[in-house]
Design a protein around this ligand. Structure first.
Ligand code: NI
Length: 214
């Protein structure tokens, strides 16, 4: 890759995400980049250039933003115009394909660089920032914060009770609380534990307040 392509990528994504308010935005990409770099410090064998570029470009073709996740035209276009070799492009594109959360079909990236970017991306989905992003995303997609009437009333597990596709609180049970146990790196696991606990405290408080506790 050309010298300075990381800086160019930052400028590119800043323009690309202008006006975006669903939580997939410039600052998400920058946080993922910073976290990925911090995890790299604990995984010395990782190639920082590959990690950095994959982190910066990872959401440009996201389907949640109407992108083409199969061909990744925006990310590949950027790499092409910034001197990435064929092998660099292949590695970065492969990482972007592998890191996204697909429920049961989620994959663990084969290379350490992919494992790091996946951890960094998932860490940004949980904790205090994750809570903010969940409601921002829900609002952008016209989801209610929480609707207890959507739940079956008989015997059920917490997951059945809170989970359902229709509101933002459900998203914690369907996805966010599962991410802690899906971390790849030791540093990812360490940070995820703290952020996981933050969400549990938040959900407890939310339900208490909802139920009128004073
Ligand atoms: Ni992301």
């Amino acid at each position: 890759m050309d010298p300075g392509s990381e800086k160019a990528a930052m400028e590119f994504i800043e323009k690309f995400y202008e006006g975006e308010s669903t939580g997939h935005d410039y600052w998400h990409s920058i946080r993922v980049y910073n976290m990925a770099m911090a995890i790299c410090d604990t995984e010395p064998e990782a190639d920082r250039d590959i990690v950095g570029m994959a982190a910066l470009l990872h959401d440009l073709d996201d389907r949640k933003l109407g992108g083409d996740e199969e061909n990744l035209p925006v990310a590949s276009g950027f790499l092409k115009t910034h001197g990435a070799t064929q092998s660099e492009t292949k590695r970065i594109i492969e990482i972007i394909h592998q890191i996204s959360f697909k429920g049961e079909d989620s994959v663990v990236p084969a290379c350490i660089e992919g494992k790091i970017v996946q951890d960094a991306d998932r860490l940004d989905a949980i904790g205090a920032i994750g809570i903010a992003r969940t409601f921002a995303y829900g609002g952008a997609h016209k989801r209610p914060i929480w609707n207890p009437n959507n739940r079956p009333k008989d015997k059920m597990s917490a997951e059945e009770y809170y989970g359902s596709r229709s509101d933002s609180i459900a998203h914690f049970y369907e996805k966010l609380l599962k991410l802690r146990s899906m971390m790849n790196t030791d540093e990812g696991k360490r940070v995820a534990q703290r952020r996981h606990d933050c969400m549990l405290i938040y959900l407890d408080e939310f339900m208490d307040e909802w139920n009128g506790k004073r």
